[in-house]
Design a protein around this ligand. Sequence first.
Ligand code: AGP
Length: 607
Amino acid sequence: MCGIVGYVGGRNAVPVLLEGLSRLEYRGYDSAGVAVLTSAGTQVFRKVGRVRDLEAALPRRLTGKTGIGHTRWATHGPATEANAHPQTSEDGRITVVHNGIIDNAAALRDRLAAQGVSFTSETDTEIIAHLIARSAAPTLEAAVLEALSKINGTYAILVMDTGHPDRLVAARNGSPLILGIGDREMFLASDLSALVRHTTSVVHLDDGELATVTASQFRTFSREEDDTGKSPTSIDLDVLDADTDGHQHYMHKEILEQPSSIERMLRGRLDDRFGTARLDGLNLGPRELRGFRRVKILGCGSAYYVGQMGAAMIEELARIPADAEAASEFRYRNPIIEPDTLYVAVSQSGETADTAFAVREVKRKGGQVIGLVNVVGSTIARESDGGVYLHAGPEIAVASTKALTHMAIGFAMLALTLGRVRDLSIADGQRIIAGLRSLPAQIEEIISNEDAILKVAHNLAESPSLFFIGRVRAFPVAREGAQKFKEVSYRHAEAYQASELKHGPLALICADLPTVAILPDDELTDRNLAAVQQILARSGPVVIVTHQSVDTGEMTGAQVITVPRNERELDPILLTVPLQLLAYHAALALGHDIDKPRNLAKSVTVE
Ligand code: AGP
């Protein structure tokens, strides 16, 4: 998804902007551009393709001490050089980069065209540049405010003005924007990862907030032009983590580092004596925790599927009704917000627009929201009333793996906490704690079987279409397995409840359509084995992902991947790991750009 960088200071802005843009590449984009204030005025360069293509196209001697850059993920108009950012006003005075979507772009465009403005792109961003340039307001800040007052939609923008070469004006509404404070230099970015090389002192702009930034100072203010007086906070980011560390892809690195990242996540959070979890960030005492009568989990894509795993854990351990819903749908159905429901927003990036808007909808109606978030200081983390940080470390591959495992563990700890203030016994609490502690070694064991999983993945990669099946606890595992497989292999992969097969999908079963069956050793094992028999009887190839204790002897022709047994409530976590490796190795065999799958973005900051 779109990324923004900006620089004002004593250095040449060009390498700083390019380095920042390359750090934003993981978010997904289709074109990139920079604009630099030079002695000859603003110079803008845009290119379809990668940041390295943009870099190759820049004149060697391009220098300037103020500049802005952008990676674009097409929304208004296709990925062309003309539609890439930065966008400029007709007179070349105002240059803008923008993340987000202007909802009333068509009406504003018609109005400006009627006033004689000729457009050079199909973007909504160009409208912002024209509106600012045509304002008669006395200052750049006032002109930006006037332009923004005409705009409906979401944005994070940086504005550069040849008339004020010493500054950038920034504004945020619904899309993240962060200011990094350096030593007589300032950085702006839509994502912390573009700042960490330069500074750990940052200011997060809030929605409705603007900033004027020069090399030596900044001022934050509201739309009413009142000072908001923000002061910098420190971030603690391990830059070195964001490296492939000898792996061919980030996705592989991130799958393999799960044992160590989980150990780190659990450290200090499990209370053996009382059989519960210590989640101080929730900001909820036992009495408040007891008061909740329902739990509603909100997330998108894979985070939503893990939310379904979490809902099952909460119902089983705390015996409170819990369900998960796609955050992207939730806020559009005028949801009923209940005071005794605990709302849980789950997100790796903490910037997913659909989830952030759902959080705001809940809060607007007086609901209580906690966040299960990986990126510290992100929008959802800051806007939630409390939460649990996932501590998975930076996740760069677009296809999420370790962050999802951490989310599932976060839900297990939340379920434990909610359960222990209710009817969950201390012994059961200790049983879950022991299970959580076993996860790192058990995941290590699954990973040690990578070669066998790789062979299965190569077979699956040959089929244009696959089913993933599971039921009850294993159904979200099947959904996530199908999601991961389609994201990186581009194969059609669809998840069904095993129980639903005979109600329709069985019609598709044939020798060309393999099924991956998630088959834990639980109360449904026999029924699941019967479903597998039905598929085999119709010549459907089957891969069974199961526990060693399940007797698959009669499943002639099926390939079997086993995982170690944990507590039944935690088994979905382990069953997910081989599916990550299946997806990775299928995509590798097919020669795809695994870390940046086509059409996808790491953090989806537009609706
Ligand atoms: C996961 O592999 C996907 N790329 C995607 O579904 C992702 O989980 C979703 O967009 C939510 O992202 P978030 O966790 O950053 O909110």
